[in-house]
Design a protein around this ligand. Structure first.
Ligand SMILES: *[C@@H]1O[C@H](CO)[C@@H](O)[C@H](O)[C@H]1NC(C)=O
Ligand SMILES: *[C@@H]1O[C@H](CO)[C@@H](O)[C@H](O)[C@H]1NC(C)=O
Ligand SMILES: *[C@@H]1O[C@H](CO)[C@@H](O)[C@H](O)[C@H]1NC(C)=O
Ligand SMILES: *[C@@H]1O[C@H](CO)[C@@H](O)[C@H](O)[C@H]1NC(C)=O
Length: 402
């Protein structure tokens, strides 16, 4: 105490006189320097004093090790603004020590990535989940996950957690569907086809229940002659604006107000299963820049808000729409809307046809893939710079916290 006080005072004094940045950054630097294999991250901290020099008190820093940057493969192609956003995404705005995280009760942590482009109140989030073996996993955009290798290293402003992957900043629904969750391309195509894409992209703190492609494909007949207004209502019913609802916030018997004039969707939980109306959540918590997506196995109907699952079924729940005509089984028909996802680059051929014309988007000339194979909803567009590297395509494996 006697020695400590003047030392602290001196530190505070020199901090004021010299530069608070120098003192604090040195403290983070010494915490990092004590660890092997953090060379790249240390270099980034040194080079980005604008981000790290004036850290608030009470933060947690996720520090990817050298192998994490190497695994990423394309770090050197990140431009300055992407690097800055990525670094801010690694700073959690509270102190979270790993032993405090309880199995089955994940932490939904706000980061200092609060730029306007990211429409999540309090900053973009990371999910921290304790695994059965006790290790903690961080989940970021594109289902990129990193395991904590060295936990709770103290430094002046909080704690450092060394992780084995670089966290990916969540991107838009469209970009996420295109490069990591191609099973959502029919849903995104349908948003384009009805001109709803920009409405959804503008929403803040959104929770989206997005049916997978097979759900649309199964109903190809039902969608064939549907008018745009009906389709818009159906799509809006899958979207809950202004209410980020992480999987563990989806409580049994609760309901959420959808963008279809507040028409509610209802949650049912049964053992490890989660249903929205009668559709099953098959992949939860896909982080996007304005909220999150839960993938579901059936299309919801705003006119069947009372639909509930038969939890005794060991097979899939039935769709609430009646499959009609020759497509009753769904097989052999192209997946509706998959071809409405506009091409970004490298399109085999421009083919301006389909619903986009006259759908009120003014985008009738948008290039689109030249074909959509029956039952396969992968648009043939390529040209996504950097996509696919370091992305965990762990579809079906990210049901965390259950
Ligand atoms: C650092 O990386 C090297 C090479 O990958 C590895 O052999 C070593 O065990 C690592 N050290 C620590 C402390 O993680
Ligand atoms: C830090 O900046 C220097 C000088 O511009 C550069 O050579 C180095 O690669 C940078 N380090 C990192 C990790 O970005
Ligand atoms: C940086 O890269 C991102 C992603 O590739 C891109 O969207 C953005 O426009 C680029 N920014 C600048 C300033 O070049
Ligand atoms: C969930 O809610 C339903 C309907 O209110 C109820 O019948 C069921 O018992 C509840 N399940 C659990 C696990 O609480």
């Amino acid at each position: 105490m006697v020695l400590g006080f003047p030392t602290a005072l001196l530190a505070a004094f020199s901090a004021l006189v010299v530069s608070p940045a120098a003192v604090r950054a040195a403290d983070l630097e010494s915490a990092l320097a004590g660890q092997a294999n953090l060379t790249t991250f240390r270099g980034l901290v040194k080079n980005h004093t604008d981000i790290f020099a004036n850290l608030a008190k009470g933060v947690t820093i996720a520090a990817p090790n050298d192998n994490a940057f190497m695994k990423l493969g394309n770090w050197n192609t990140y431009n300055e603004s992407t690097v800055a956003a990525t670094l801010k995404y690694h700073i959690l705005k509270q102190i979270i020590d790993m032993p405090s995280i309880i199995k089955g009760d994940s932490v939904w942590a706000s980061t200092s990535l609060t730029d306007e482009n990211f429409k999540v109140t309090g900053g973009q989030r990371l999910i921290l989940t304790k695994q059965p073996g006790g290790e903690v996993v961080f989940t970021s955009g594109f289902a990129t996950r990193g395991t904590v290798l060295t936990e709770d290293l103290p430094f002046d402003n909080g704690l450092v957690q060394v992780i084995d992957s670089v966290m990916r900043v969540p991107e838009t629904l469209e970009s996420t569907a295109r490069s990591a969750y191609t099973d959502l391309t029919a849903f995104v195509g349908a948003l384009y086809a009805t001109g709803l894409m920009s409405e959804v992209a503008q929403q803040k703190d959104v929770t989206i229940f997005a049916p997978r492609n097979a759900a649309f494909q199964q109903l190809a007949g039902a969608f064939a002659d549907m008018d745009d207004e009906t389709l818009k209502r159906i799509l809006r019913y899958h979207i809950v604006p202004g209410q980020l609802s992480h999987v563990w916030e989806l409580k049994n018997s609760s309901s959420l107000a959808s963008a279809d004039k507040g028409n509610k969707v209802s949650i049912t939980r049964h053992t490890n299963f989660i249903y929205v109306n009668s559709a099953e959540v098959i992949q939860a918590d896909i982080l996007i820049s304005n909220g999150l997506v839960h993938m579901i196995d059936n299309v919801l109907s705003p006119d069947k808000a009372g639909a509930r699952p038969d939890v005794t079924l060991t097979t899939a729940q039935s769709p609430v729409f009646t499959p009609v005509g020759a497509t009753a089984t769904g097989t052999g028909e192209p997946t509706p809307f998959a071809s409405d996802l506009p091409c970004t680059a490298s399109c085999p051929a421009a083919r301006p046809t389909g619903r986009l014309n006259g759908a009120g988007t003014g985008e009738g000339d948008v290039e689109r893939p030249s074909s959509s194979n029956a039952g396969v909803a992968l648009p043939r567009c390529t040209g996504l710079a950097g996509a696919g590297v370091g992305i965990g395509l762990a579809v079906g494996a990210v049901m965390v916290g259950l």
